[in-house]
Design a protein around this ligand. Structure first.
Ligand SMILES: Cc1cc2nc3c(=O)[nH]c(=O)nc-3n(C[C@H](O)[C@H](O)[C@H](O)COP(=O)(O)OP(=O)(O)OC[C@H]3O[C@@H](n4cnc5c(N)ncnc54)[C@H](O)[C@@H]3O)c2cc1C
Length: 245
């Protein structure tokens, strides 16, 4: 790891670097990489091995692997930035909060990203803080002339910051009320949004919340499935659960 830079009190950018990044390419925005981390911040990174069925550590434990958005890949300097939400209660969250230059991590990937329909008449991007890296990337590459609405739910008001590419879009931030289920404010924002005909929707966040958004779009708005991409990025109450399985 080369640099650690807070983007907001809740989002930390970590720059991974090293010759093993040679040959890594990320073609699409909002793709994913899997990050192998030490089980706790005081442990060394140990590479797992394949036993024919699954990857395991030498002591038989499952490796700690979490999924992140490859926010910036520089093939010339062999650097990869990821941005991690510091939510307090997870291996990756603690790792990002305590990360220092020289710490080790390993990555695999990339996983699929978002194929942009450049002829779409409008876009709606919606997500919680885990989706900020992907939304930022999408804002940088969506056609500048296409109307784009963005809704982002934050757990704390000071988690807001200016997104690169924000000038091209209408960005609304929504505070999650104390005690509310993750995604409640985001789901309400999507419900209250005017959806122009043909709009393409990309949404990501807590798995149950985005499932509610998916149902709303399909069942109440009759949005064609081909126009929507809705991805569970984490599961409330479950470690390592990204809702993607
Ligand atoms: C395709 C994809 C891309 C993703 N991109 C990013 C990204 O760029 N940045 C990013 O931060 N995350 C991203 N995520 C989500 C991230 O993988 C999960 O939030 C992951 O669970 C974090 O690991 P952890 O070790 O911190 O917490 P875990 O050990 O997995 O979970 C511990 C506890 O914390 C809870 N928890 C997990 N995440 C959060 C959260 N964000 N807020 C509140 N509670 C939480 C869990 O429900 C659990 O109770 C992405 C997920 C996917 C599938």
């Amino acid at each position: 790891m080369r640099r650690v830079e807070p983007r907001s009190p809740r989002l930390i950018r970590v720059t991974l670097a090293g010759p093993d990044l040679e040959g890594l390419t990320v073609e699409e925005p909002a793709a994913s990489v899997r990050l192998l981390l030490p089980a706790s911040t005081s442990d060394e990174l140990v590479m797992p091995s394949w036993n024919g069925n699954e990857f395991l550590l030498p002591d038989g434990r499952r490796p700690t692997i979490r999924t992140f958005t490859p926010r910036r890949l520089d093939a010339a300097t062999l650097e990869l930035d990821i941005e991690a939400v510091v939510h307090g209660d997870g291996v990756a969250s603690r790792w990002a909060a305590a990360a220092e230059p020289g710490d080790q991590a390993a990555i695999s990937g990339p996983g699929r990203g978002y194929a942009i329909d450049r002829d779409a008449p409008a876009f709606l991007l919606a997500g919680d803080e885990t989706a900020i890296p992907a939304i930022s990337q999408l804002l940088e590459v969506l056609p500048a002339q296409t109307p784009t609405q963005v809704h982002i739910e934050v757990a704390r008001p000071d988690a807001r910051f200016t997104l690169s590419g924000q000038a091209r879009a209408t960005v609304e931030w929504h505070d999650l009320p104390a005690g509310a289920a993750p995604g409640d404010a985001l789901a309400a924002a999507v419900r209250g949004t005017n959806l122009p005909p043909g709009v393409r929707v990309w949404a990501a966040g807590e798995a149950a919340a985005v499932q509610r958004i998916r149902r709303h779009l399909f069942e109440e708005r009759s949005l064609p499935r081909a126009q929507t991409t809705v991805r569970g990025y984490w599961k409330h109450g479950r470690a390592g659960g990204d809702g993607e399985k």
